[in-house]
Design a protein around this ligand. Structure first.
Ligand SMILES: Cc1cn([C@H]2C[C@H](O)[C@@H](COP(=O)(O)OP(=O)(O)O[C@H]3O[C@@H](C)C(=O)[C@@H](O)[C@H]3O)O2)c(=O)[nH]c1=O
Length: 183
């Protein structure tokens, strides 16, 4: 398993070892002991999610507030996305800063998005199957969102060749300056 740090020290790129042979490949997509060693804490996942989206779909930027904060270990098993984490902890020296990584079925990269970060992605391929583990259950009463195109964050989303397609709630999400965030 290869771990790469990013400009946001808590956000990690994880590349599990892939064993290819004449049949195809095998990979341990998650191994609790190796993962916990990489992040340096005992992380307990309680939910696995799967979404499918078409090119240009943008989901985000989402998070859950206490008492149901979520860390997310995200990956793509078909297609490709541009995946983004934003530090939304007001007390953080990196508050409002973002990191973006291409995740695809081909590169088999995963991103660890810890609690305290907003998360979103834009689909670059015809369709993308997006899988992720979360450290707390879905809690709609704790859901929060910030706007994908907030100039105060300034995410450089790649051009997919089609207009971005968002859920209404995401298109109407609060700007960072107005949103309820982490202390
Ligand atoms: C996220 C989630 C949604 N749902 C339901 C609620 C709703 O009716 C339907 C679609 O939900 P959403 O529109 O919120 O799905 P989506 O926009 O895909 O939400 C996800 O976006 C990415 C970027 C994340 O980081 C995730 O944590 C999650 O917030 O699925 C659950 O039942 N459990 C869940 O864990």
């Amino acid at each position: 398993m290869k771990i790469t740090t990013t400009s946001l020290p808590e956000v990690l790129i994880i590349e599990p070892k892939v064993f290819g042979d004449a049949r195809g490949f095998f990979t341990e997509s998650w191994n609790e002991a190796s993962f916990n060693k990489a992040v340096g804490s005992e992380v307990r996942f309680v939910q696995d999610n799967h979404s499918r989206s078409a090119r240009g779909v943008l989901r985000g930027l989402h998070f859950q507030l206490p008492p149901h904060t979520q860390g997310k270990l995200v990956r793509v098993v078909s297609g490709a996305v541009f995946d983004v984490a934003v530090d939304i902890r007001r007390s953080s020296p990196n508050f409002g800063r973002w990191e973006g990584v291409e995740l695809s079925a081909e590169n088999q990269r995963q991103l660890w998005v810890p609690p305290g970060f907003a998360h979103g992605f834009l689909v670059l391929s015809e369709t993308a199957d997006f899988l992720y583990k979360t450290t707390d259950y879905y809690a709609p009463q704790c859901e929060g969102a910030v706007r994908w195109d907030d100039p105060a964050i300034g995410i450089e989303w790649p051009d997919t060749g089609v207009p971005a397609l968002l859920a209404d709630k995401d298109a109407r999400a609060a700007l960072l300056a107005e949103a309820r965030l982490f202390d």
